[in-house]
Design a protein around this ligand. Structure first.
Ligand code: ZN
Length: 192
């Protein structure tokens, strides 16, 4: 029996804003752990998130670049799940009314582009940094709340090579939208 690869991609693009997605904490890198936090991005009781206008602008520019339909009304939801680097117990993301729908990049259709916040970063205390050799793990919340645009493709790719080629095309989107695309340094699978 032979199998046919059917590939769709979910790509997180980190937006080059000055501050985080829902608070005024500076979005800088390499700072001492837990020095870029506030009650909002730590999810302390009573804190109210306020959406970053620059992040929404960047999200709309990505939508424009991909030929998406830009939503006249778009809302954020809480996505509740447990993960040690998610201090609030939920991630603020978009579900049924994303910022951008449809679109195309090369031969691949775009399903949607929505905005969300990144989780914090787990640091595993071992010489290799790997979890299975560590006796303890600690959390650096500086990254928690970083604005991300999540680009979801339709399953139009048919091989790993084609997927890689398309991802290279995707890089062309980022200068267009003045966004910085960086792979999260300690990415781990989580609910999508
Ligand atoms: Zn904050």
């Amino acid at each position: 029996m032979s199998y046919e690869p059917v590939i769709g991609l979910e790509i997180h693009v980190q937006l080059a804003t000055r501050t985080k997605m829902f608070c005024g904490c500076a979005l800088t890198f390499g700072e001492p752990p837990n020095t870029r936090t506030c009650p909002v991005c730590l999810g302390l009781p009573g804190a109210l998130p306020v959406a970053n206008a620059a992040a929404i602008h960047f999200g709309l520019m990505i939508g424009e670049a991909l030929g998406c339909r830009l939503a006249p009304r778009s809302i954020f939801h809480r996505k509740n799940y447990f993960y040690p680097d998610l201090p609030k117990g939920y991630q603020i993301s978009q579900y049924d009314e994303p910022l951008c729908l449809g679109g195309q990049l090369g031969d691949v259709r775009i399903h949607r582009v929505h905005l969300e916040e990144d989780a914090a970063k787990l640091v595993h205390a071992s010489s290799s940094g790997r979890i299975h050799e560590s006796r303890a793990s600690v959390v650096d919340f500086n990254r928690g709340g970083t604005p991300l645009a999540e680009m979801v493709s339709e399953p139009d790719l048919r091989s790993a090579e084609q997927a890689r080629e398309w991802l290279t095309l995707r890089c062309a989107v980022t200068p267009t939208s003045r966004c910085a695309a960086r792979a999260p340094p300690s990415w781990a699978p989580r609910p999508s």
